[in-house]
Design a protein around this ligand. Structure first.
Ligand code: UDX
Ligand code: UDX
Ligand code: ADP
Length: 469
């Protein structure tokens, strides 16, 4: 079967870039991305490409080429479902904030709503593709809803799992040249195999077939959680060592380099930081832990939970180090944050370490001054409000957001690097130093800057994982 019309439900960080690249690489396929959020769809349709709701290097060019040709953004969900022969579900699956599995399990209500809507609207056979990260065995729940809540017509559904492995900040690059594409489906029936081949053929327009893996649905779903758990585990492992390096006089970057050259370990994902963030790592590990507990596998659950424990500790320890270094009080002191996003080259702030570090400092009555090249003031306040530690008014009193890094750092007692944006390396650090309170402290939570040069200027520096000999 040849796919001619694709519909993607959810125009977020995953759905938007993924569909843009599919449309660019498959001009013969019509791709419609739908979302219930009208503001978001309007932004995807904005003539001014700098207003796209997702910031990703290179995405504007891809959208410019395909939009209006075979790539469409719309709020007409039913119409797009009806027309499509393949439907991607790419809606958010946050950690549950209520009820059973609160704080651990994935909240599947958005997925379920999508499945019910697809069942209600469909008049012809559809291939439904899970793109959102989901707990293992969600596909069977989707299938049961699709098969049992239909509109009475004899429509057949095939469910595939096609996890997304793109990383934000390099989404376009990752989509154009993926390490692998994974397609899970019903390998026991001809219809299942046909549906898998239909999706494989879409990707084969630009990805070589030996990079496209096919597995059963459960392996595919579990691989996504496992990949993120392994990646996050590497970051927590190196972060655990960063604290030991600081105590012993070792340097975590030297250690990372030395171990990374062992081909069994490899050099990537060994950058020590103030803690990992992003919408996936924590959520997926919590999910894995919850699933393990559900099956009574307590040792397995405890093992993976430590990755989160370590990450929480790393964020807290960075904040506490700022407080103790500033003579045990930051009350009334301006602390400038360079960066708020969870990593560079994205405007996404979900689970960013900056939010938690700010929260600790605000509890100590610090004045936090934030500059981030891509994150809006509105988002920064929303992130801190979401923690519910204090009132929204108090958060606005405690945090000031700046559009200029030099203004943010003026009269500050300390600068903290929370995101590794390239532009921070090019600043006139002498000028920043001159405008600060003395002693001028610098806390590099990303190991981004040349500390020797900064110390020569006069800064008192702390760099994550760097021990004094
Ligand atoms: C290890 C280190 O590899 C080596 O660099 C160091 O100098 C000494 O310790 P060794 O213990 O000889 O070497 O063997 P290694 O190949 O690392 O295996 C250790 C154990 O892990 C073995 O029992 C092996 O069966 C097991 N293993 C290894 C697995 O179970 N799975 C794997 O994927 C790899
Ligand atoms: C991740 C996975 O990489 C991707 O495959 C999956 O599809 C979604 O989740 P993402 O969260 O976008 O992608 O970014 P990633 O590059 O993995 O970084 C996650 C966090 O880990 C960031 O906060 C980053 O700063 C941090 N990190 C990463 C480190 O602190 N050190 C490292 O060495 C690598
Ligand atoms: P991700 O990082 O997984 O892409 P986002 O939160 O960025 O997550 O995007 C998910 C999008 O899905 C949001 O824009 C949200 O409005 C949309 N969405 C959620 N439920 C539905 C639904 N039932 N129909 C259409 N869109 C939905």
């Amino acid at each position: 079967m040849e796919v001619k019309n694709i519909c993607c439900i959810g125009a977020g960080y995953v759905g938007g870039p993924t569909m843009a690249v599919i449309a660019q690489k498959c001009p013969h396929i019509n791709v419609t991305v739908v979302d219930i959020n009208e503001k978001r769809i309007a932004a995807w349709n904005d003539k001014d490409l700098s207003k796209l709701p997702v910031y990703e290097p290179g995405l504007d060019k891809v959208v410019e080429e395909a939009r209006g040709r075979n790539l469409f953004f719309s709020t007409a969900v039913d119409e797009a479902i009806d027309k499509a022969d393949m439907i991607f579900i790419s809606v958010n699956t946050p950690t549950k904030t209520y009820g059973k599995g609160k704080g651990m399990a994935a909240d599947l209500k958005y997925i379920e709503l999508c499945a019910r809507q697809i069942a209600r609207v469909s008049k012809s056979d559809k291939i439904v593709v899970e793109k959102s990260t989901l707990p293992v065995r969600t596909a069977s729940a989707i299938k049961s809803i699709l098969d049992n809540t239909g509109n009475g017509s004899d429509v057949k559904f095939q469910i595939l799992s096609n996890p997304e492995f793109l990383a934000e900040g390099t989404a376009v690059e990752d989509l154009l040249a993926p390490d692998r594409v994974l397609v899970g489906g019903d390998t026991s029936t001809e219809e299942g195999k046909e549906a898998m081949e239909a999706l494989v053929s879409v990707y084969a327009n630009w990805v070589s077939r030996d990079h496209i893996l096919t597995t059963n649905v459960w392996s595919s779903e579990l691989s996504k959680l496992t990949a993120n758990a392994f990646l996050a585990q590497r970051v927590s492992s190196i972060n655990a060592l960063s604290e030991l390096c600081e105590k012993t006089g070792a340097d975590v970057n030297e250690v990372a380099r030395a171990i990374g050259m062992d081909s069994r370990i490899g050099p990537k994902f060994l950058k020590s930081s103030v803690g990992f963030g992003g919408s996936c790592f924590q959520k997926d590990i919590l999910n894995l832990v919850y699933i393990a507990k559900t099956y009574g596998l307590n040792e397995v659950a405890d093992y993976w939970e430590q990755v989160i424990t370590m990450n929480d500790h790393q964020k807290r320890r960075f904040a506490h180090n700022i407080i103790s270094t500033l003579f045990n009080t930051v009350s009334g002191k301006k602390i400038a944050f360079l960066g708020w996003a969870f990593k560079k080259d994205t405007n996404d702030t979900r689970e960013s370490a900056a939010i938690y570090v700010a929260d600790e400092l605000l509890s100590e009555q610090s004045n936090v001054a934030v500059y981030d090249p891509k994150v809006s003031e509105e988002q920064i306040y929303a992130d801190v409000d979401y923690l519910n530690t204090r009132s929204s008014e108090e958060n606005r009193e405690g945090i000031t957001v700046y559009e200029d890094a030099y203004e943010a750092c003026k009269d500050a007692h300390a600068i903290a690097i929370l995101t590794e944006w390239d532009e921070f390396k090019t600043y006139d650090w002498k000028k920043l130093y001159d405008q600060m309170q003395k002693p001028a402290f610098l806390f590099d939570g990303r190991g981004l800057l040349n500390i020797e040069e900064l110390e020569e200027i006069g800064f008192v520096c702390y760099k994550i994982g760097s021990g004094k000999e």
